[in-house]
Design a protein around this ligand. Structure first.
Ligand code: MN
Length: 235
């Protein structure tokens, strides 16, 4: 039998599509884009020196190939000596569009996972001070470790439940999903006014207070109640 699939005439072999395993299945979730919300928990905004009443949350992006699937290590990045963990709910989309109404937004969600928005905090501080973009602080290699994605059909849409992270067994961050300033449907609706959302897009939904440094050799263990947990070694 001939393979009838049309093969594109690429000038060279393209890199593979980044993927995240789907829990309870051998399917893979193909990652198209990674959006991240900043300062979506009031206490985290305050610990970073901002007033959540005056500065609403906002979005930035990571590179899709920054995903580290479950079981992978986090290689300590170059050019930084202050790398922070941020534990976050991850929202994985199966559909998208533009100008999605808040009431229809949850229909776009395939499932949820637990992620770490790893951050070169020292480079971010310089970028903020100089009014420069955040990519070198946020979008570097392996900056987005993620658990398996749990389909909505299995876990529903979590709106409350603790999230936490410990480093070497010591609790660093704690919070509850019900403290998120922008809820998941609001994030999807807002993003869809600025970008065309598509299947495979994922949203890192923001981190609670308590972010802090990691070092090579550390074990980062995070969880979101009702979703999953994540365990990542810094190497
Ligand atoms: Mn974050």
């Amino acid at each position: 039998m001939n393979d009838m699939t049309q093969v594109a005439n690429y000038a060279f072999a393209p890199e593979p599509t980044p993927t995240i395993p789907v829990a309870g299945s051998d399917a893979l979730f193909p990652v198209r884009r990674i959006y991240c919300v900043g300062r979506n928990f009031a206490e985290h905004a305050i610990e970073m020196g901002h007033d959540p009443d005056k500065e609403p949350p906002f979005f930035f992006q990571k590179n899709p190939d920054s995903i580290v699937p479950p079981g992978g290590d986090f290689p300590y990045p170059s050019e930084s000596s202050d790398v922070h963990h941020e534990i976050e709910l991850v929202v994985a989309l199966k559909s998208g569009g533009v100008d999605i109404p808040v009431e229809a937004a949850l229909d776009c969600v395939f499932g949820y996972g637990v992620g770490l928005d790893m951050t070169r905090r020292d480079l971010q501080a310089v970028a903020k001070k100089m009014g420069r973009p955040w990519e070198i602080a946020k979008s570097f290699e392996a900056s987005a470790p993620c658990s398996a994605i749990h389909p909505v059909s299995e876990i529903g849409h979590p709106t409350e439940g603790g999230l936490r992270v410990a480093v070497n067994g010591e609790t660093r961050q704690t919070g509850d999903l019900n403290q998120m300033i922008w809820k998941v449907p609001e994030m999807i609706a807002y993003l869809s006014r600025l970008f065309e959302l598509k299947p495979g897009d994922v949203i890192f939904a923001g981190t609670p207070a308590g972010v802090g440094q990691v070092e090579r050799g550390d074990l980062i263990e995070g969880s979101v109640d009702g979703v999953d947990s994540i365990s990542v070694k810094v190497v």
